[in-house]
Ligand binder design. Sequence first.
Ligand code: ADE
Ligand code: ZN
Length: 326
Amino acid sequence: MNNLPKVELHLHLEGAAPPAFIRGLAAEKKEDLSGIFDENGAYKYRDFWDFLKVYEAATSVLTTPEDYRRLTLAVLEESAASGVIYSETFLSPDFCGGRDVGAWREYLAAIREAADEAEVNDGIVLRGVITCIRHFGPDKARETAICAAETAGDWVVGFGIAGDEKAGKPKDFAWAFDCAREAGLRLTAHAGEWGGPDSVRDALDDLGVERIGHGVRAIEDLALVDRLAEDGIVLEVCPGSNVALGVYPNWRAHPIHRLRERGVTVTVSTDDPPFFHTTMNNEYDRLADAFEWDDGVFEEIARNSAKAAFCDDATKEKIFKKLETP
Ligand code: ADE
Ligand code: ZN
């Protein structure tokens, strides 16, 4: 599936950091991060909650806009190598300047500089979706939303929420989502990964999102599946992440195929690729193996992903052209 052009809608920038990149940065800064790597140099964690800790430990050596410029270049090089032509990445002002608007602007400028360079060199287009972190709580989410609103525009195109899905309720974050919506940002929320169908319903009803990050556990309630299909709610599905973290025991048990068959718009992303030993090419190959999906299915998924992208129409037109004539 290396030859197919791909559109990725769910990628955490820090979660996409190659382990060697983080190790190099830790060595430069004389920080000891050896505890988060295994004997092969890969990230090491026990379960989702430990994964979040390791993620935050790895992120702790990303302390300057220049670190993020280099990170963005490294990440986009990997994505482009998998045939990704358009990517939306989650960015957290929590990690980029501690939610101070002035500092956040500097991090954002550095990330955009790298994105411009990668667009020229590799033809990959990047846009940002600002995320608050659920387990950091609603007060910090408000500050994050203000950073997002202050920088909303043609590059910062969306707002979302990630982190521990079991911390608090979506409605605790309604102010942050209202603020982002009023600034013109499009909305998505992680739900239905660790929480059941109710977590997806709450994200839709209390936050008014048009896309759901994961959302796969909606399959446990077919009335909800039908609602997703009828309302055109798009799922940012990350099958390799779900299998690696144990949401499903193997690829064949993953509900992406059943959701699609029942009319839900599913897209395919990697979430935090090196953590889950995956790439977009690997996701496509495993899905083709597990469900006998042919190129036609993947081409439809890429078109649906482009439709569901949060970028402006002119950018979308360019993506569609590339999908038509790879
Ligand atoms: N942050 C990074 N990856 C995540 C995931 N899969 N779920 C929730 N928060 C995350
Ligand atoms: Zn995610």
